[in-house]
Write a protein that binds this ligand. Sequence first.
Ligand code: UDP
Ligand code: MG
Length: 322
Amino acid sequence: MTAAPSDQLISIVIPAYNEEDVLHELQRRLMLVLNRLPMRHEIIYVDDGSQDTTVDIIKTFRDADPSIGLVKLSRNFGKEIALTAGLHATRGDCVVVLDADLQDPPELIPQMVAAWQGGADVVNMRRNSRAGETLFKKWSAHSYYRILNKLSDVTIPEDVGDFRLMSRKVIQALNSLPESNRYMKGLFAWVGFTQVTQLYDRDARAAGLVKQNYPKLLALALEGITSFSVKPLRIISLVGLMCALIAFGLTAFYLLKAIFVGDSVRGFPTLIVSLFFLGGLQLVGMGILGEYLGRMFIETKRRPLYFIDEQLPSHSPTRDNS
Ligand code: UDP
Ligand code: MG
């Protein structure tokens, strides 16, 4: 039933945003690995609206090797959408998602393929170490995953980035998801299927600067929580209820105090403190509501996820030649 390995096609998806400094090294290391695999390959580069020479470099790669495809998006849509566009363009029996900056070593692809051939549908690559990342980034990433998993209904594996291998089945499932808020790490976990996890040492960025800045990461973090959990909504209702109960108790207390002890004009600090406390709580509550409402607003518009400026397909023939 399964095709002979040499008949199989592996697709590599690489989102790239202003990555001219690393592309040559990436392509060199990637080809070394792919040429040794006993299967055919295609590489789909997604240019996420780069302003530098990223597209030109990819085109020179493609001139030299027709197994390379290019999806050039019409502007910078962010990594999640770039990945989505790349996955849509793949035809492989299995697909590996790779960062352009060589933080995910391509040399690990053979062992990922081996796990897939052993029956896994998703091979998650879990980071053992994070070289070249600041202490703050390590700490914030760690705490974030813990909070996310406490809140969300699917378990999103900690320290697993987007670097992974997925079978055709999984790609079809992912491609069938219509939502425009795409938190890929969450969706990868949400679709299910047989998942295995391998450990690896994450390298430092080979060259160039980090393209995912903190504002982008913060937006992604919020997206992760609000697309995979409605618990924050429940938490604010509970906190609201608790505040109401406390206020109720306080009213009774002050009433009794006024009757039995008498009232003075003191208590101004208490008043101000509780005013700010309740005002703050209400604003936080409204903010959380707003996050969900905003997401619903975006989803109801049903806009296409991205626009393609230019698409150059790869020329690895598909297995069934269809
Ligand atoms: N990337 C992208 N669009 C963006 C930001 C980043 O396609 O708007 C790509 C980038 O080119 C790289 C990958 O996403 O291949 C990871 O980005 P980066 O290394 O800057 O972030 P990290 O995840 O390592 O913090
Ligand atoms: Mg990186």
